[in-house]
Design a protein around this ligand. Sequence first.
Ligand code: ADP
Ligand code: MG
Length: 315
Amino acid sequence: MKKKIYAYRQVGMALCFVLILCGCQSHQGHQFYVNSRIMMGTIVEVTSPDKRAAGIAFSEIKRIEDLLSKYKEDSEVSRLNKLGKSVVSPETFYILKKSKEFWQLSNGAFDVTVAPLVDLWGFTNRNFTVPADEKIKNILNLVGSDKILLHNNENVIKFKFPGMKIDLGAIAKGYALDCAVKKLKEKGINSCLINAGGQVYCLGKKFGRPWRVAIRGPRGKGVVSFLELADQSVATSGDYEQYFIKNNKRYAHILDPKTGYPADSGIMAVTVIAPDGLTSDTLATAIFVLGKDKGERLAKRFKGVEVKIYAQDSL
Ligand code: ADP
Ligand code: MG
C-alpha cells in the first residue's frame, strides 16, 4: 500500500509582526504605512512612517533575489549551478565568500553545497521522498564548501566536481534585508521594520520606542515571547516551516551536511538576534544543525548576538 506523505509550508509564520494589514495605519496619533509583497518564496512586509520605504525595500530585495535565487533561471546562482564555473558579480562573490567563512566557523554545519541533497529529498520541487541510504551516500560526495573554488581577482567561482550545486536559501534573505536597510538609510529613512517570512530587520525605532516583534510557538502554540528591537535583526530556523511527515516521522528542510539527512539535533526552533540580517540568518540555520551546546558556543563568538533555543517537546 502506498504510504501517504503530508506536506506543509507555513509561509512566514515563524515570526510575525503584530500588524499585518496593508495601507496607511494610525497608532497613538502616529501614522505609518504597511505594505506586503510575495518575494523570495515568502511574504515580505514593510512597515514605516515613511511612505517611500516599501518601494525602496522591495526593489532592493528583488535585485538580490534576481542574483541569488536558484529558482530564477537567469540568476547568477542558476548559471553557476548549470555550468559549474562562472564569472559572477562582486556581490555574488562576496556572498559565496561569506558562506564559506560560515561553513568553516560552524564546522561544516552551514553548507550551501547541500543543494543536491535538498533536491534529492524533494524540498526543491515539493515532491517529497525519503531517499535510499545508498543514494544519499553518493550525493554526499558532492557536498562540502571546500569543493567551491573562489578565484578572488577575477570573481570566478568554480565547482570541483560536476553535479555540484549551491542553495543560498539560508543566507540570501538575511543579506537582502541588509541591502534594503542600507538603501533606506541612504535615502534618509531611519524607521522601518521589514519582515521576510520570519526573517526580520528593525531599522531604528518606532516613534521613539523599540519595535515589538512577536515570536510564535513552533507547534501553533501562539506567541511565546515578545522582543523589543532597534537596529537589530532576528531570524528563526525551525522544523515546522517546510517539512513532510512519513510513517509518523517528521522530515524538515534543514539538512545535516555530514549525514545527508534532515538535522536531528534536538532543536525544534532557534531564534537568533543579531546586529545584521546575514548573521542572524546563517547562525539560526547553523545552530539548528549543531544543537544546543555547540550552537551556543558558536553564537558566543559573535558580538551583539542573542540566541533562544526551543528544544523538541519543550513547549
Ligand atoms: P528559512 O529559509 O525557512 O527561513 P533557513 O534560513 O534555516 O530557513 O534556510 C533553510 C534553507 O537553506 C533550506 O530550505 C535549504 O534550501 C537550505 N539549507 C538546508 N540545510 C542547510 C545547511 N545545513 N546549510 C545551509 N543551507 C541549508
Ligand atoms: Mg537561515
